[in-house]
Design a protein around this ligand. Structure first.
Ligand code: HEC
Ligand code: HEC
Ligand code: HEC
Length: 347
């Protein structure tokens, strides 16, 4: 993760995030020292190419995107690749310059972004999200093969109907437990998170239906974040916001029974999620992506009762998490959800 995160630091192109004073002009360094072999566009098309075996790396190829991690690039620039024309630059470039070049390669050549950037949400998406989720919202090519679990496919109808705006905001704020999807609360303001979520909904989710009836209120992209009590919570304390979210009752007027839910859990879920909810049941070893760890902070910040009902009912696409609505009735789903909630999420 460190790799992907540090990649964003130099590209803070958002108005709300003050730009660091940039001392290093990576583009100029690249032009002076690298483009002679790797080409102006990083695709390895250069005059030097003909004479070199192996030829200079094409940074824009899919295999480069997967293979050339940031540490590997830094290592190659610093120490070179023995037996090739790629010599080490550590005597001519300092560490900051080398890192700046590595970021330039990753951002300008490997992850070209064509996302519509006229809206603020689109700009935030392009700067922070499309690297993994792709310009189409289906997941960037490198990420769908290189990450497990892979990024959510926003265009999938099942994803769209199982999500609510609040849940999306929650996931983007606090991240997803034990996945590459980290929380963005430290880097984006609450307003920016709402803006980018609304962008994701508008741009990629035509089948988005909003919340299950009575669960929560859909808020349109332009209006402020208003709760059903009529108060504007836009500037509310984030901890209060979280506890309001986490204390939502189950959807559809159901009341779960944790005692009945416990039996269902032990018989059907513990084999994967573990008896104590840590995601390490006996079957977990064989499964990828891993069953969710309910004790993780990000689970505890995102799995409220309605979310549990929804996810348990619909399952998780492309994972071993089954859709339990085929097996259980709505009451049983509320019961097992209640057990997960009271035993692991908020013990
Ligand atoms: C004289 C030609 C030449 C110059 C100049 C050059 N490279 Fe290379 N570079 C190569 C060749 C050839 C390879 C392919 C090595 C291989 O395939 O193993 C390569 C490979 C790389 C790789 C991939 C290493 C890997 O692990 O596969 C990176 C990253 C890289 N160069 C960055 C740079 C940067 C940054 C500069 C400028 C500071 C630069 N190169 C300058 C010829 C050059
Ligand atoms: C380093 C890669 C990476 C980046 C960057 C990233 N995501 Fe994700 N995202 C993922 C992965 C992986 C998942 C799937 C997590 C899972 O299976 O639960 C995901 C899932 C999601 C989900 C679905 C959450 C859910 O509850 O199922 C949303 C929404 C989302 N990302 C939005 C964003 C937004 C908005 C940004 C930019 C601010 C962003 N992501 C940046 C990798 C990333
Ligand atoms: C065959 C293994 C398996 C069984 C059985 C199973 N799960 Fe899962 N479950 C998974 C996996 C794998 C994931 C994680 C998917 C991912 O990374 O997106 C998951 C995810 C979840 C999530 C979290 C989803 C999220 O978005 O955070 C919940 C809640 C959940 N399971 C509840 C249950 C309940 C309740 C049962 C029993 C009724 C159950 N699971 C049975 C494998 C299983």
């Amino acid at each position: 993760m460190k790799l992907v995160l540090s990649l964003f630091l130099p590209c803070l192109l958002l108005s709300a995030v003050p730009l660091q004073v940039v001392a290093i002009d990576a583009k100029a360094l690249y032009k002076d020292y690298c483009s002679v072999c790797h080409g102006d566009n990083g695709d390895g098309n250069s005059h030097a190419k003909q004479g070199l075996v192996p030829p200079p790396r094409d940074f824009t190829s899919p295999s480069s995107t997967v293979e050339l991690t940031r540490p590997r690039i830094i290592h190659a620039i610093r120490d070179g690749v023995p037996g090739t024309a790629m010599t080490g630059w550590k005597t001519r470039l300092n560490d900051d310059q080398i890192e700046a070049l590595a970021d330039l390669i990753r951002i300008d050549f490997m992850l070209p972004s064509t996302t519509e950037t006229t809206t603020e949400g689109g700009q935030i998406y392009a700067a922070y999200c499309s690297v993994c989720h792709g310009d189409s919202g289906k997941g960037a090519v490198w990420a769908t093969t290189g990450l497990s679990p892979r990024p959510a496919d926003f265009t999938n109808p099942q994803f769209q109907t199982s999500m609510t705006r609040d849940h999306l905001i929650q996931s983007v704020s606090y991240g997803r437990p034990e996945t590459a999807m980290t929380g963005w609360k430290k880097r984006l303001t609450d307003k920016q998170i709402e803006t980018v979520v609304d962008f994701v909904i508008t741009a990629f989710m035509p089948d988005f239906t909003g919340p299950v009836q009575g669960e929560e209120k859909v808020v349109s992209a332009k209006s402020t974040h208003e709760h059903s009590d009529g108060h504007d919570h836009t500037h509310a304390d984030p901890d209060t916001e979280l506890s309001v979210y986490m204390s939502r009752p189950p959807a559809n007027g159901l009341q779960g029974n944790a005692v009945r839910g416990r039996d269902l859990y032990i018989n059907n879920c513990a084999t994967c999620h573990g008896e104590n909810g840590d995601g390490r049941g006996p079957r977990a070893y064989f499964i990828n992506p891993k069953p969710r760890n309910f004790l993780h902070t990000a689970s505890r910040a995102s799995l409220n009762r309605p979310a549990l009902q929804r996810i348990i009912s619909k399952g998780k696409l492309r994972t071993e998490m089954p859709a339990w609505e085929k097996v259980f009735d709505a009451q049983q789903i509320a019961d097992v959800g209640e057990y997960v909630f009271t035993a692991f999420i908020q013990p």
